[in-house]
Each structure stands twice: as structure tokens, then as C-alpha cells.
Ligand binder design. Structure first.
Ligand code: SAH
Ligand code: DHB
Ligand code: MG
Length: 210
């Protein structure tokens, strides 16, 4: 099969043993292999570092792949807060972050993300970078919460805006597809945001809260 542009660019980068180990753990445990695409992982590191983010929030941890990518861009006194529904995933993500050398910078909150986000808001916690990557039906809810939790100038990123092509296929009308279409439209039109949509891999939405 011919190489895709994604494969071509991925092939230019040196091996990344830390992230390879996370993928091996995912395989070994029979977890879904749905970590963020490698190029978007690199972009998360770059965005975290270039925005000078000190407080990062991730919605959906899985095994810690994207968490490690974000933590790599944080300063030494930075902090990643990771929201995850499943205790076993949250524990593995934290263990992988610790193995990557970011144990002191990572915090995990187990439970349904909407509840965790309410609690963070009540506590007055605010963030400089927020990565949305959990259940797609709630993307618009997560975006509204993310905007409320964002410092001015904060960066919001969201994975899987193409839903493996389902977003573009008008025969597909399931709840996740409808929610992501609406989410994508809000990203593109909301005056509170400066935004871009990236079509590589499974799609990534990017926004800065004005
Ligand atoms: N960001 C991860 C991948 C996340 S996969 C990475 O790139 O490495 C999506 C994750 O969201 C799964 O771990 C799943 O358990 C979690 N999730 C699904 N619904 C959730 C909810 N309602 N609240 C919190 N986490 C949820
Ligand atoms: C899928 C991929 C993801 O990155 C995700 O967060 C959820 C689901 C998927 O391909 O099914
Ligand atoms: Mg994803």
C-alpha cells in the first residue's frame, strides 16, 4: 500500500521509546489502540511549550500517551491534570507518566469528566492548555466547560473531529457524529475563539480563547 502523508512525516522522526512503551502496554492489556496520532502528540508538546502553558488539563487519559506529550512541553513547575472515567486507565496513565519522568507534574481525577469539570470550576482552577479527547457525544459540553476553565489566551485542542470519515458522511447520523459536527461548527464560528481545523490523521480542532 502507498504511504500516506501522515506515514511519510511520521517516518522522518526518530524512534520514541517512551511512547512506544505506552503503546506496548495498551496492546498487552487489550485496551483500545486510540491514543492521539503521533504528529498530533508532537503538536501538543509544541503548543504546550510555545504557549508557555503551566497548567494543562486533559479530558480522557487512556494510557497516558497524550499526557506524556503535554507534560513534555510543561516547565518544571508546570502541572498536568488528567480526567479519566476508568480507574484502571487512570492508574496506568499515571504510572506511564511517572515512568517518563513526569510523576511530580501529573495529577489524575477519576470519574465522569463532566462532574470533574464542575468541581474544577467550583474550586476556581484555571488552565492554559486543554485537550479534549473523551466521549465524542459530550464534545460541545466539554468545549463550554473548557472555555469557562480557560485563562484568557489559553489553547484548546480536540481530537477526532473527522470520526474516521463519519463526520463527512451524511448517511451517518448517530449521536457522536451529530455532536462532533456541531462541535466543529462552533469551533469555526464562535466569536470567543480564534480557531483552526487540521484535517490530518483523524482531524484536530485548535482554538485560542480570546
Ligand atoms: N487522550 C488519550 C486517549 C483518550 S481515549 C491519548 O491520546 O493518549 C478516550 C478516553 O476517554 C478513554 O480512556 C475513556 O475511558 C475516557 N472516557 C470516556 N468517556 C469518559 C467520560 N465520560 N469521562 C472521562 N473520561 C472518559
Ligand atoms: C477513536 C479514536 C480516538 O482517538 C478516540 O479518542 C476515540 C475513538 C476511534 O478511532 O474509534
Ligand atoms: Mg482521540
Amino acid at each position: 500500500m502507498e504511504k500516506t502523508p501522515d506515514d511519510y512525516f511520521d517516518g522522518l522522526f526518530p524512534p520514541d521509546p517512551m511512547l512506544a512503551k505506552v503503546k506496548e502496554e495498551i496492546q498487552k492489556r487489550g485496551m483500545p489502540d486510540i491514543s492521539v496520532a503521533p504528529g498530533y502528540g508532537r503538536l501538543l508538546t509544541l503548543l504546550t511549550a510555545s504557549s508557555g502553558a503551566k497548567r494543562a488539563l486533559e479530558i480522557g487519559a487512556l494510557a497516558g500517551y497524550s499526557g506524556i506529550c503535554i507534560a513534555r512541553g510543561l516547565p518544571e513547575d508546570g502541572r498536568l491534570t488528567s480526567l479519566e472515567l476508568r480507574p484502571d486507565y487512570a492508574e496506568l496513565a499515571l504510572a506511564n507518566l511517572a515512568a517518563a519522568g513526569y510523576g511530580d507534574r501529573a495529577e489524575s481525577i477519576v470519574g465522569d469528566a463532566l462532574g470533574s469539570l464542575s468541581r474544577l470550576e467550583e474550586e476556581g482552577r484555571r488552565f492554559d492548555l486543554i485537550f479534549i479527547d473523551a466521549d465524542k457525544e459530550n464534545y460541545l459540553n466539554y468545549l463550554e466547560r473548557a472555555i469557562r476553565l480557560a485563562h484568557p489566551g489559553a489553547v484548546i485542542a480536540a481530537d477526532n473531529t473527522l470520526l474516521r470519515g463519519r463526520t463527512l458522511n451524511s448517511d451517518k447520523q448517530g449521536p457522536a457524529v451529530l455532536a462532533v459536527r456541531e462541535f466543529n461548527r462552533v469551533i469555526a464560528t464562535d466569536p470567543r475563539l480564534l480557531s483552526a481545523h487540521l484535517p490530518a490523521y483523524d482531524g484536530l480542532a485548535l482554538a485560542m480563547v480570546r
